[in-house]
Each structure stands twice: as C-alpha cells, then as structure tokens.
Design a protein. Structure first.
Length: 161
C-alpha cells in the first residue's frame, strides 16, 4: 500500500465518521421550525462529508502502484525524509499548540501577534522592522472583523485587564 492510498484511506474514514454525525446525530437536534427550511445547519456538513468520501475513493482507486517505484522531482520522497525541513514543521506545530494554550491567558491580540511573528521567524523572515507591525496590524484586523463585523466575542486583552 502506498503512502498516498494510506492517507486517502484515513481521510475516507474521517469523512465517513463526519458524515455519520452530520446525517444521523445532527438530524435529531433540529428545532421544529428548522425541519421545513431549505438550508439547514447540517446541510454544509452533509455536503462536505459526501464530497470528502468521493475524493477519498477517487484517490484510492486512481493511485498507481507502479508510481511508488520511481519518484518524480516534484513529489515527496517519504523514504528519505531527512532531506526535508522537518524541524521547521515541528516548530510550527509546537507554535500552534502554544497559540491555542495562550489564547485565553494573554488575550487574542497578543497571542495572535506572537503566533504570526513567531511563525514568520521560524519560516525565515528576518526583517523585524516590517514583520512586527504587519503582525500587530493583522492581529488587530482579524479581531476587528470577528468581533465588530461578525459579532463574535473575542477577548482582546489578557484576563487580568
């Protein structure tokens, strides 16, 4: 089994579980007035799960087992993973976990600014004079759009302010 088929199989399994929850469990939680609506809260999850199952099956059926023997220049050689920048990827994953853990204690603006600046530094950006103002502006813009335009409350400052 190729890596491509294995990933497609895992993706197919996730889509099937997601589809099960969209079709079965969300149907029972609908309010009485939602039963006659055209677009329900579970319409998008149903469509995504069906589309995901189709894509997963297409990848499983169409993947060529002979392609595993020779690797093109643009493909990932999973047999020689040391040639890739795995440390950067692991640091970015760690930064994402730190962002999720720091979001409430230090607030959205500080956590997002640190995440954007830290991610840029990990990926190799060294122009701090440009990087920090862009990270601050982007964090504030995202907070403004989510909080003021969409009306979803995000705590912008640390918990003690």
């Amino acid at each position: 089994m190729t890596l491509e088929r294995a990933i497609a199989g895992i993706f197919l399994l996730v889509c099937l579980i997601y589809g099960y929850t969209a079709f079965v469990t969300m149907e029972a939680n609908l309010l009485p007035f939602e039963l006659n609506m055209t677009f329900l809260p579970n319409t998008m999850p149903k469509g995504l799960s069906v589309l995901g199952v189709i894509v997963g099956l297409v990848v499983i059926v169409q993947s060529d087992p002979k392609a595993d023997a020779e690797i093109d220049a643009g493909e990932i050689d999973y047999r020689n993973m040391r040639q890739y920048k795995l440390a950067q990827a692991l640091f970015l994953l760690g930064l994402m976990v730190a962002y999720a853990l720091l979001l409430r204690p230090i607030g959205f603006l500080a956590a997002t600014t640190l995440f954007l600046a830290g991610g840029s530094v990990i990926l190799g950006e060294r122009k701090y004079i440009v990087l920090i103002p862009i990270a601050v502006f982007t964090a504030f813009l995202i907070w403004y759009l989510v909080h003021e335009v969409l009306g979803i409350f995000l705590r912008p400052w640390p918990w003690f302010i």
